[in-house]
Design a binder for this molecule. Structure first.
Ligand code: HSE
Length: 310
């Protein structure tokens, strides 16, 4: 029996306003923990899942197993397999990339057990198989930041082209998770069925380009102006109870932009100091409370490291 290792794979906030499926960042917490050891039986066995009663221990049904199997195949491992323990340390259906974190944890664990031969791009590719099983599409804006850390741009998923963006030192991320659930697959259907005008597309093109420029120039005023989404936020806002109240509260508190994190219901906002970030988080939590929703917050700098053995 091999030594058992532990991998932490961070939660992520994706879209960042205008960048549907193309922008995402890694959070310091929460995230998932995956324990893993080499097994003499080929394939993947999920020994235990803690922290989420609804998740299967069937490796073909659980994204941690699907991504681990993809990594085993990509490395070309014969005659051996892995045993996994998945510890869900983040909420499901929260807009924080829960399925991505578990997928990344599985692929990184296999890679670490078998000599770290896969590149980060390979790990994203393997993890996308888990993400596709969970949400119906191999969108990489949660998986890629969970693997790479930092803020990433996904120019293309086929072929995979992931670009790491600079992170301004003062940038702080505010996540508030209201205690309600949104199913990503359902939220994606709303968007897929939508037709857009060229004016709406033009607004988002301008904002994504400006957002990337703002990161390169560490221009947080431009960054704040760029957190604006004409495509997806208007359609999904009704899925987040009290969203208009909460967004207004965040902006009045001085947030550098506010939007829905991934497919929601978590809200993401930005600040340029720890004090402002806490103030914004409190404003958002109070907004949700006015709509009878309890919530919790994750506030801090961007996670610059991504998934790793701990
Ligand atoms: N970009 C994806 C979406 C993220 O908004 O559907 C889902 O976590």
């Amino acid at each position: 029996m091999s030594e058992r290792i532990k991998v932490f794979a961070p939660a992520t906030a994706s879209n960042l306003g205008p960048g549907f499926d193309v922008l995402g960042l890694a959070l310091k917490r929460p995230g998932d923990l995956v324990e893993a050891e080499i097994s003499t039986s080929p394939g993947v066995e999920i020994v235990e899942v803690t922290g989420a009663d609804s998740l299967s221990t069937d490796p073909e049904e659980n994204v941690v197993g699907i991504a681990a199997a993809a990594a085993i195949e990509r490395i070309g491992i014969q005659g051996q397999g892995v045993r996994l323990w998945l510890h869900k340390q983040m909420p499901l259906g929260s807009g924080l990339g829960s399925s991505a974190a578990s997928s990344v944890g599985g692929a990184v664990a296999v890679n670490a057990l078998f000599g770290n031969v896969l590149s980060k791009h390979d790990i994203v590719t393997c993890s996308l198989q888990g993400e596709a099983a969970a949400s119906g599409t191999a969108h990489a804006d949660n998986v890629a930041p969970s693997v790479f850390g930092g803020i990433v741009l996904i120019r293309s998923t086929d072929p995979l082209d992931v670009i790491a963006l600079p992170v301004p030192a003062a940038l702080r991320v505010v996540i508030v998770h209201p205690h309600t659930e949104v199913l990503t697959a359902e939220a994606r259907k709303l968007v897929a069925e939508r037709r857009y005008t060229i004016n709406q597309a033009v607004q988002n093109l301008g904002n994504v380009a400006a957002l990337v420029t703002a990161l390169h120039q560490a221009d947080l005023a431009l960054f704040a102006r760029s957190i604006s989404d004409a495509l997806v936020e208007p359609i999904r806002a009704p899925l987040v109870p009290g969203y208009a109240t909460v967004k207004q509260a965040a902006l009045e508190a001085g947030a550098l932009g506010c939007s829905i994190s991934g497919s929601g219901p978590s809200v993401v906002a930005f600040a340029d100091s720890d004090a402002l970030a806490d103030h914004v988080a409190t404003a958002i939590e109070s907004g949700f409370a006015r709509h009878s929703l309890t919530s919790n917050r994750y506030v801090g700098p961007v996670n610059g490291v991504g998934a790793q053995v701990v």
